[in-house]
Ligand binder design. Structure first.
Ligand code: AMP
Ligand code: ZN
Length: 115
């Protein structure tokens, strides 16, 4: 996908700090971490956001969630972690290539606004 920064990272055209790769999945450190461990996990296939997941491509999400425990273990997150997906403008998505944030070492739910 032209002009997609994550497609360029997957292709090796933009450098990244890779932590995991398989046939379907690529994972690298977030350039602006908000937690002691902050890894982005992305499908190699360009899917713009969660709204674009279909019966035909949803197996890739399974591949991502199969990779997540391996990455978490390699990162030493033995006591747990958070997985976050931002979808769309109101969801705070800034890069329109589906990605999941793997966050370790922060109290994410403590950030949630109390009603
Ligand atoms: P989101 O707001 O969910 O779309 O998250 C996009 C994330 O991509 C942000 O946390 C950015 O810090 C991160 N990011 C943007 N460009 C790069 C890059 N070149 N390498 C690593 N992470 C990046
Ligand atoms: Zn892309």
């Amino acid at each position: 996908m032209e002009d997609c920064i994550f497609c360029k990272i997957i292709a090796g055209d933009i450098p990244s700090s890779k932590v995991y790769e398989d046939e379907y999945v690529y994972a690298f450190r977030d350039i602006n971490p908000i937690a002691p461990v902050h890894v982005l996990i992305v499908p190699k296939q360009h899917i713009s956001c969660a709204d674009e997941i279909t019966p035909e491509n949803s197996f890739i999400v399974s591949k991502i969630f199969e990779a997540i425990p391996k990455i978490a273990k390699a990162e030493g997150l033995d006591n747990g972690y958070n997985v976050l997906n931002n979808c769309g403008e109101a969801g705070g998505q800034t890069v329109m290539h589906l990605h999941f944030h793997l966050l370790g070492g922060i109290d994410l739910m403590g950030l949630v606004q109390k009603q």
